[in-house]
Design a protein around this ligand. Structure first.
Ligand code: BMA
Length: 810
């Protein structure tokens, strides 16, 4: 039987004339950090001080003993970052140049000093660029010339920290006769019966022996012979329970066990994974509006409530299983049902996809290509094919994985970012996205759809980012316009859009020790990587609020509020256009260090107000008011499995709290549909002193998670929508007055006046504190209890000091 010996310990890293203890999995930066040899690059401006680390060569070493009673011993690396020479006692085992692959070397009978000598990824990238010629890209760093996590080289939300190291586990595998080299599980559902086909490759030693495969799943057992080095086992499981995305059903997972047996029945190797039974389709057929992009799971077409995922740490070897689980639970807690693993990152670890399988989060996986023209010549082409083959097969068992995507923004860049003329006929990646990658997916995993890029309109007949065809990235709005411009179009699927805001106050405090915080203080600017980021933040805010001068706390609050408002404008509009629009994927869920960015959860894992706003925006039921054809329209979005019927109360109010007009209307929205109602003309608010409130009564069986959250807080736990006819800076808000009292497990605020977008920044009082809601608007007389976990309960006055809300423009 194959035996594995983990090789996580005993490693050293050579540094100057010294050796440091090295963590495996890990990387040079984290080893140097642990040894106190470099400052923490996440703090202050230390990132620049450690830039030299990425330019050097580094050697990891340990003793290795490949001797065993078995016939063969392999040294297996699950991941090496990135360009390295591996040798044992001076004898070269191999050279590698791809972070996205695993490697296996035969070390049978060998023993001695194992050394992994990493060459700087810059050296490799620059050499390849020298050979193949310069290609255009969105950033100056040479990430498109080496198969390494692109954002390691810096991004518009990420630091430039070019790592090297043994970033995934390493072990010895001792085996005899044969081992399981590869398993491709093809899972299907045929009229209620779960079908699992395991296409197995084995590797043999020189010994010729008849081999048998035996597999079990859901109480069913099957066997097959291995012919040469291949065998196929088929299993049929009657009456399987289907796997569903969250909100549509359960997530039953079935354990598959495969054993490789010798002629005499002796087990040689085993493979175990969980699978889920579900079908997935992507409908991209042309229709009256253009070309759709609608995912369907088990035949159920769905509006994808998505977020974009970036590596959760710029040092990905630090991301533990628990951290993946926590981050993805946060996503699920916000009502998210789809996570897009963005192409400037990595093929994530099993821990990521396991959590998605369990939580019912659909995964859209980009192949790792982003924002650049990528050469298609050797040595890159072979690496791309090898990594694609390996990862397509590795991730096949996971029911959460529903879509492969060729790249991020490269088809768009070719057409729009002036690459086409600059390339002058050079290769740029098209052959990967429209040739190699779809061929690999179709050959190895025909159960999953593939799309060539994001954005992509389906063919060169339409502009790659045409909103009417396929996927769309909406970036003009953040870059140049007001967020109200999201309402101008109805793309078929919005795969990226977003708005920046600074991270939580406690995160800034930790990241910028000793700095007097200001929008343009040195550390704040260093932790803002976007092109004209602060300029865009300021212009975006100024359209709605007076930009505060010299009051950092208010600036910080308003920027976070504006981020939530912007994303809300997009999602409310696009969701209410289901099924023409079939998804929104917010840029971005998470961060990889403390930074001002588009993220909903900051680099220290703290939730920004946008996070809580997403819980409202992505709840099964959403109420929204908007201007349409000269009047006001209310859209009731119902993505729940049952009908939504009830009474809606509309109130035209003055900012002083006086009810100027009132009506009750019947609401009826069928399961997974959107209902639209015109607001009676006499209820439409006008001018700077009026607004409209729409309240949907709470239903006995309404889901608890949508209950009374954020700006959607209804008076009695129902849903609420608000509409102000003029921008905030023109609204004649009263000076806000409210009372604050401590409640068990939180703070109760009672409004005396209209209190707009109240926010408790609990982390200001205790970095460990977490509030259970974000922005909430209270009408005069209404109250809210904000639950807080993890703090030493303050007194009411101290709690008040961490409360912000909209104030009248002076
Ligand atoms: C898109 C993404 C990322 C980027 C984001 C914000 O281009 O694909 O490359 O971080 O916009 O600019």
């Amino acid at each position: 039987m194959l035996e594995a010996t983990p090789l996580g310990d005993g490693w050293t890293l050579r540094y100057e004339s010294d050796t440091l203890p090295a963590a495996v999995p890990g990387c040079v930066h984290t080893d140097l950090l642990a040894a106190g040899a470099i400052p923490d690059p996440f703090l202050g401006r230390a990132e620049s001080e450690v830039a030299w680390v990425g330019r050097r060569d580094w050697t990891y070493e340990r003793e290795l003993d490949g001797r065993s009673a078995q016939e063969q011993t392999d040294l297996v690396f699950d991941g090496l970052d990135t360009v390295a020479e591996i040798s044992l006692d001076g004898r070269l085992l191999g050279t590698v140049r791809n972070m996205h692959r695993s490697y296996r070397f035969d070390v049978t009978g060998l023993a001695g000093r194992l050394s992994v000598r990493f060459v700087s990824a810059y050296a490799e990238a620059e050499a390849v660029r020298g050979r193949l010629g310069e290609r255009p890209g969105a950033y100056a760093e040479p990430y498109q010339y080496v198969r390494k996590m692109a954002c390691s080289f810096g991004w518009d939300w990420g630091p430039t920290l070019v790592t090297a190291g043994i970033w995934r586990p390493v072990r010895l595998e001792h085996w005899s006769t044969a081992r399981i080299a590869r398993v491709r599980p093809l899972v299907a559902v045929e009229e209620g019966t779960g079908v699992v086909e395991l296409a197995v490759d084995v590797e043999r030693t020189r010994v010729e022996a008849p081999l048998t495969l035996e597999a079990t799943v859901g109480g069913v057992r099957a066997r097959a012979q291995v012919e040469g080095t291949e065998g196929v086992v088929r299993l049929r499981v009657p009456d399987v329970a289907l796997w569903w995305p969250r909100g549509y059903g359960g997530q039953p997972l079935y354990e598959v066990e495969l054993r490789l047996l010798h002629r005499d029945g002796e087990p040689l190797d085993a493979w175990r994974r969980r699978v889920g039974f579900r079908t997935v389709g992507l409908d991209t057929s042309p229709d009256a509006h253009g070309t759709g992009f609608t995912l369907a799971v088990n035949g159920e077409r769905l509006f994808a409530r998505g977020v974009n995922w970036i590596p959760d740490d710029v040092f990905p070897s630090r991301i533990t299983r628990a951290r993946y689980r926590e981050r993805l639970e946060q996503a699920a807690g916000a009502g998210v049902d789809l996570v897009r693993v963005w192409g400037g990152g990595i093929y994530e670890s099993e821990d990521f996809y396991d959590a998605c399988d369990e939580l019912g989060l659909l995964v859209w996986q980009d192949f790792p290509f982003a924002c650049a023209a990528y050469p298609e010549e050797q040595p890159l082409r072979g690496e791309v094919e090898a990594e694609a083959r390996e990862n397509v097969v590795r991730l096949m068992p996971h029911p959460s994985l529903v879509l492969w995507n060729g790249n991020n923004e490269n088809l768009w860049g070719f057409r729009d970012w002036d690459w086409e003329p600059r390339l002058a006929g050079d290769s740029w990646g098209e052959g990967y996205y429209l040739g190699l990658l779809p061929r690999v997916v179709a050959e190895l995993d025909p159960t999953r759809p593939y799309t060539a890029g994001s954005p992509w309109s389906g063919s060169w007949r339409h502009h790659p980012n045409d909103p009417a065809h396929g996927t769309h990235h909406s970036w003009e709005v953040w870059n140049r316009e007001d967020y109200a411009a999201y309402r101008r179009s109805v793309p078929r699927f919005v795969a990226e859009f977003g708005w920046q805001a600074p991270p939580a106050y406690a995160t800034l405090r930790r990241a910028l020790p000793g700095e007097e915080l200001a929008p343009d203080s040195p550390g704040m600017l260093h932790h803002q990587k976007a092109d004209d980021g602060n300029g865009k933040l300021h212009r975006g805010l100024a359209r709605h609020f007076a930009v505060p001068d010299g009051d950092f706390g208010r600036w910080h609050y308003l920027m976070q509020l504006n981020q939530a408002r912007a994303v809300a404008a997009g999602i409310e509009h696009w969701r209410s256009h289901w099924p023409v629009c079939a998804g929104t994927v917010v840029w971005q869920l998470n961060d990889c260090w403390p930074v001002t960015s588009w993220a909903a959860i900051d680099g220290d894992g703290r939730e920004k107000p946008l996070y809580h706003e997403l819980r409202r925006l992505y709840a099964d039921r959403l109420l929204t008011l908007r201007e349409a054809d000269g009047g006001l329209e209310l859209a009731a979005v119902n993505h729940a499995a049952d009908d939504w019927a009830g009474t809606l109360t509309l109130r035209r109010m003055s900012v002083e709290g006086e009810v100027l007009g009132r009506a009750e209307v019947r609401l009826a929205a069928g399961a997974r549909t959107v209902a639209r109602l015109g607001v009676p003309r006499e209820l439409a608010p006008a001018g700077p002193k009026e607004f409209l409130v729409a309240d949907a009564e709470a239903e006995a069986d309404a889901e608890a998670e949508a209950d009374g959250d954020g700006a959607g807080a209804g008076g009695a736990g129902g849903l609420r929508a608000l509409h102000f006819p003029v921008p905030d800076r023109e609204v004649l808000y009263p000076v806000p007055e409210f009372e604050v009292a401590l409640a068990p497990g939180g703070v109760t605020v009672t409004a005396r006046t209209l209190v707009r977008d109240l926010l408790l920044q609990a982390d200001r009082l205790d970095p460990g504190a977490r509030a259970d809601r974000g922005l909430v608007t209270l009408l005069p007389g209404e109250e809210v209890t904000i639950g807080v976990r993890g703090w030493k309960t303050p007194d009411a006055e101290t709690a008040r000091s961490a409360l912000y809300c909209v104030e009248p423009t002076r």
